[in-house]
Design a protein around this ligand. Structure first.
Ligand SMILES: [Zn+2]
Length: 311
């Protein structure tokens, strides 16, 4: 199946009814089902269903990311397409211009699409896995003021730490973390890397890694499977031993933050990280557009109040 173009999306999903047909197929592949579990459903209108058993009325968007939205579905679909197909992401300002909506609508729209871009029960990583950390916000003193302002946004603190795990020839994951103490690193390693399937974990020579990977509290699960490249001694690659793959992913993330999102607050950073890895891990999938809609139509609503609540 060749990848869809924006024109394909706009001509294929040119009405509310046609958007709903796709969402219904993605939400209920085995036929329309009520929340009570019943499949005996009457269609009252092109959007409204009624359960014959419990009598409740519902639509395909009820209780999902689309919940309570007044934005036409054809605009939602165009936004999903644009966000899926932009390697570095898309800013709310750009979406505002492209869709002809207010900034607030575009901002909320981006966040809701992003909120659905979360892996559900991801497979443990194996083979060769690189683990590394990066600082978002960088060294303040080395930056231009405009860049500092762009990255930090209003009211957010200086540097945020992101750890990245990347299986070579496999998936990428980013996590916004409080610190890189060995206990924190150990938690993410245990949650994401299969002790049985991993051949080697490659890191730089930061002092936390040996303790995290080979010491307590993982109690030797990964012992003998850790190799480091001595960055502090100026070494970057020693044969197979390097963390360049995950570092390349960090530069994509940073280009996304600098070039596209402009203002990003610490509070929302983990959602941006989810968006970036979701898209990156599906970059070869021709059906990324439908996959994203499927996540959206099966994810819980994200209310504006929840989104804007202080962290
Ligand atoms: Zn029912």
């Amino acid at each position: 199946m060749p990848a869809m173009t924006l024109l394909d999306v706009c001509s294929k999903f040119d009405s509310d009814a046609r958007c709903r047909e796709l969402l219904e197929r993605l939400r209920w592949p085995e036929g329309v089902r009520c929340d009570c579990g019943d499949l005996g459903i009457a269609r009252l209108s092109h959007k409204l269903f009624q359960c014959r058993k419990c009598r409740s009325q519902f639509t395909v968007t009820a209780g999902t990311i689309f919940h309570d939205s007044h934005l036409p579905l054809i605009k939602w679909f165009a936004a999903v397409y644009l966000i899926c197909e932009s390697r570095k992401g898309m800013s709310a300002n750009q979406l505002k211009r492209m869709l002809g909506v207010s900034y607030k609508t575009a901002w909320y729209l981006c966040h809701r699409i992003r909120a659905a871009m979360q892996e559900v029960n991801p497979e443990p990583m194996g083979g060769i896995v690189e683990v590394d950390e990066t600082y978002i916000g960088g060294k303040k003193a080395n930056m231009h003021k405009w860049k500092r302002d762009q990255i930090e946004g209003r009211g957010s603190v200086g540097k945020e730490i992101v750890i990245g795990l990347r299986q070579r020839n496999g998936t990428l994951r980013f996590f916004h973390v409080r610190d890189i103490e060995s206990g924190t690193l150990a938690k993410y390693i245990k949650e994401n890397i299969s002790a049985g399937d991993v051949e080697v974990i490659m890191t730089d020579d930061h002092a936390s890694y040996p303790k995290a990977i080979e010491g307590e509290p993982l109690l030797g699960d990964y012992r003998g499977k850790h190799q480091t490249v001595q960055h502090t001694a100026g070494e970057y690659v020693r044969g197979m031993v390097h963390s360049n793959t995950v570092e390349n992913s960090f530069s994509l993330l940073k280009r996304g933050i600098m070039g596209t999102w402009h203002k990003i607050s610490a509070k929302h950073l983990s959602r941006y990280l989810d968006e970036m890895t979701f898209r990156f891990n599906r970059r070869e999938d021709a059906d990324i557009f439908e996959q994203t809609l499927q996540f959206m139509v099966t994810a819980d609503p994200l209310t504006y109040e929840n989104l804007t609540r202080a962290a």
